[in-house]
Design a protein around this ligand. Structure first.
Ligand code: ATP
Ligand code: MG
Length: 391
């Protein structure tokens, strides 16, 4: 179904207008918070009774993503439905989309779920990606060109936070890596010398109107986002402009509705190469919650509800520090939040996860301030308190 305007606080069939979300992780939780602040009721479908979004939603449907009754309940509750993780089964979105506005749509999500299809889409949109080869068969493995080595083998599906990826230097290592990944469909990407990484988040409405946040400068450690920095001239202006333009053409090419994030590599010669896209709000956009007049989650709500999209304005320079489970493991009891929150311009976001493990995203800390220098000094002080390596 295509979108219609769902006014906040309106009543539909005797219940307050409700927005639904497939998936109950932290992104769903922040969507739920944004929707509730605007007066919507929310419904989350996630099998985990302790899911971060399920815990704070008006309704929590605890079934698997393909459970017919669960999907029927979600549709019965919700005027429109979005997703918060890209691995939600495409057939479930198709079922929902037949009866309710669903954004993003199943076909856009299906492309983003598959690295090979995703790369083909980038190429179609005229945005260069790293040289790569698809490996689905032993013949394709044997035919891989030497110039793709050293490279990274990535499963085409279900990878995140660097999972499902193996770095290889030789053909022997490549074959061993494909075996280790159980010979599932993969891509081999040439390892590129990265000068920097950045991402751009856009929101596109049912009518094709599009707004964007400024490009985010991202630092990854061990394949996981660690730090995002956003302030004027965080990147050469020409590069920023190019990244925004590329993201918009990728979104237009998909007829995308909702919030989309595209990640890029910046190479030594300041050329831009697209890495991947996420059909949802993105970790690198969490700073928008405190540094912009609308957050990426506000825009997810607005696109879903068919509300007008107004270009967001960043009002403060900002740095985001990801808070991984490693911090909890190091402090055993609790990280020193009292000391962190004594620093000016710190905004703590924890996702309500009880169990910390290495690399698990437990929350993030946004830092805002009057200048880049001020934000940086505070961010480094907070990082030091938390045992996060300086950047
Ligand atoms: P997520 O979904 O959490 O963003 P992911 O598991 O999908 O991560 P990628 O974005 O493909 O993984 O890669 C994770 C990180 O690994 C990148 O941000 C980058 O730092 C590094 N990386 C990936 N591909 C390459 C490449 N071809 N050359 C150099 N570095 C790379
Ligand atoms: Mg990535």
């Amino acid at each position: 179904m295509t979108g219609q305007i769902i006014l906040p606080g309106s009543s539909i069939n005797g219940q307050l207008a409700t927005l639904g979300v497939m998936g109950g992780g932290q992104l769903g939780r922040m969507f739920v918070h944004a929707a509730q602040r605007m007066g919507y009721f929310t419904a989350v479908l996630d099998p985990d009774p302790a899911s971060p979004a399920g815990l704070v939603s008006h309704h929590h449907i605890q079934t698997s993503y393909l459970d017919e009754q669960g999907l029927a309940q979600l549709m019965q509750r919700s005027a429109a439905i979005t997703t918060e993780f890209e691995n939600v089964p495409a057939p479930a979105l198709l079922t929902l989309g037949a009866h309710r506005p669903v954004a993003p749509a199943a076909d856009a999500v299906a492309i983003a779920q598959d690295r090979a299809r995703e790369k083909a889409h980038f190429v179609r949109c005229g945005v260069p990606c790293a040289p790569y080869a698809v490996i689905e068969t032993a013949e394709q493995l044997a035919a891989v060109k030497d110039e793709l080595l050293p490279g990274i083998v990535k499963t085409t599906r279900l990878g995140y936070d660097g999972k499902g990826q193996i770095r290889v230097k030789t053909r022997t290592e490549l074959a061993a890596a494909w075996d280790e990944l159980k010979q599932v469909p993969c891509v081999l990407e040439k390892m590129l010398p990265l000068k920097a990484e950045c991402s751009v988040i856009v929101a596109r409405g049912w009518d094709g109107a599009m707004v964007n946040f400024p490009p985010q400068l991202n630092l990854h450690r061990d394949g996981i986002l660690a730090v995002t920095q956003v302030y004027p001239d965080n990147m050469p202006p020409a590069l920023s402009e190019q990244a925004v333009k590329a993201t918009k053409s990728i979104a237009d090419g998909l007829q995308y509705v909702g919030v989309l994030c595209v990640e890029f590599f910046v190479l030594g010669d300041d050329s831009l190469v697209v890495n991947e896209m996420a059909p949802r709000p993105h970790n690198s956009g969490h700073y928008t919650m405190d540094a912009c007049d609308q957050s990426q989650f506000d825009l997810q709500v607005k696109t879903l509800a068919g509300l007008p999209l107004v270009q967001p304005r960043q009002h403060s320079p900002s740095i985001m520090l990801n808070l991984l489970g490693d911090i909890w493991l190091a402090f055993k009891d609790s990280p020193p939040w009292d000391e962190v929150l004594a620093l000016p311009g710190t905004h703590l976001h924890l996702y309500g996860k009880l169990k910390a493990s290495k690399g698990r995203k437990m929350g993030h800390l946004n830092i805002t301030g009057a200048s880049e220098a001020e934000v940086r000094a505070t961010a480094l002080a907070a990082a030091k308190l938390l045992g996060i390596a300086p950047f």
